[in-house]
Design a protein around this ligand. Structure first.
Ligand code: SF4
Length: 368
């Protein structure tokens, strides 16, 4: 079921010059552009009629021709660990998900960081063997408005101010490059006080040319690489993108990213039993991690059996906890910062790689 029928353009999808051109066609001065953007992004107005400093004629014109909102929350699932998974529906009827993750201090009582993992696509075209989202296939690239509204809707729903954003949900952000950059321009703009650029992480499967391009973004953000293998042979099998951008090409791009931005890199490494967990993997991973300042997050493999995987994907098995601890300890011994990053929301299929649209499997659902 589609909640709204799409008729109008979303104003958040317009760049500066498009917005100014539209305003000029309505004989409005250029400063109206910033007035409107501040009202929407800083003051979070949801209707044009709520923007009190616009002339009535302009309010009517904008209301008739543009949307401000792009998403509706369809389902919310709450996990025992405090994480919350949101299923959204876009105006054109596509589904996408975001996961809220609270990080507690040592007393486990106070939340010291509130991160939202947002999507950049509905579905995904990359098809990594271990990922539930990849099994859905590609539905669409998310618009600028749809990425920003995941954040705004979650902050409203939870009555909170998020501290960090990771683009690590559904989709490969660097394959939706221009919209991701459009969203980053707004999210990191100091005028709107949404996020400091250092609180935003883009996670990529390794689109090497786009990594180099992203390095030149005006307000550079953190970069995480979904590595998951230390040889092309294994990586080709679990991440088909490696057939286009081999490890050597990827590492050259990562090195360039660091040289330009001076921001340390994060490598994500899921350990699979008997696949990428050998002593040679430790040696190669150490070499990779030492190329530029970086850290390695060891990640448990989450069950994706609910997607009925076939072929190679059905053979993937999680490594034992002791193996993960051994791997992380060996890396640290060799001077590489490494931790096991436990995933959130295992009981609500919200952990990384589990973002499949399986509403029929809802464990705890609050329909709103
Ligand atoms: S891991 Fe990321 S890039 Fe790979 S299929 Fe899943 S969503 Fe796409």
């Amino acid at each position: 079921m589609t909640f709204w029928k799409r008729l109008k353009r979303n104003i958040k999808n317009l760049n500066d010059s498009e917005l100014r051109e539209i305003l000029s066609s309505q004989k409005q001065p250029a400063f109206r552009s910033e007035q409107i953007k501040k009202a929407i992004y800083k003051n979070r107005k949801k209707e044009f009629s709520e923007i009190s400093n616009l002339p009535k004629s302009l309010t009517s014109y904008l209301t008739e021709n543009f949307e401000i909102n792009s998403l509706k929350i369809r389902t919310v699932r709450k996990s025992r660990d405090g994480s919350v998974k949101f299923l959204f529906e876009s105006l054109d009827g596509n589904s996408l998900e975001a996961v809220y993750m609270p990080w507690f201090d040592d007393s486990s009582e106070n939340v010291e960081r509130e991160t939202l993992c947002i999507s950049s696509m509905s579905g995904c075209s990359v098809g990594c063997a271990f990922c539930a989202t990849g099994k859905i296939g590609f539905k669409k690239n998310l618009e600028i408005a749809e990425m920003i509204d995941q954040i705004f809707l979650v902050e409203d729903y939870l009555h909170t101010k998020l501290t960090n954003i990771v683009l690590m949900g559904m989709g490969e952000p660097l394959m939706n490059y221009s919209n991701v950059i459009g969203a980053l321009e707004i999210l990191t703009d100091p005028n709107y006080e949404i996020f400091n650029r250092k609180r935003i992480t883009i996670s990529t499967s390794g689109i090497a040319p786009r990594i180099k391009q992203l390095a030149k973004f005006i307000r550079p953000v953190k970069l995480a690489i979904s590595l998951h293998a230390t040889s092309n042979g294994v990586r080709d099998k679990i991440m088909p993108i490696n057939q286009s951008f081999k490890l050597e090409t990827l590492m050259d791009a990562v090195e360039e990213y660091y040289k330009i931005t001076k921001i340390p890199i994060t490598y994500e490494y899921i350990i699979f039993d008997n696949l990428n967990d050998t002593e040679n993997d430790i040696v190669r991973l150490t070499k990779i991690a030492r190329r530029v300042p970086s850290r390695v997050n060891i990640i448990p493999f989450n069950d994706i059996s609910f997607t009925n995987p076939t072929g190679f994907a059905s053979e993937l098995k999680p490594a034992k906890r002791e193996k993960m601890e051994y791997f992380a300890a060996k890396l640290r011994e060799k001077g590489v910062a490494s931790i096991i990053r436990d995933t959130f929301g295992g009981d609500i299929e919200a952990a990384c790689g589990q973002l499949a649209l399986s509403e029929e499997k809802i464990i705890q659902t609050i329909e709103i």
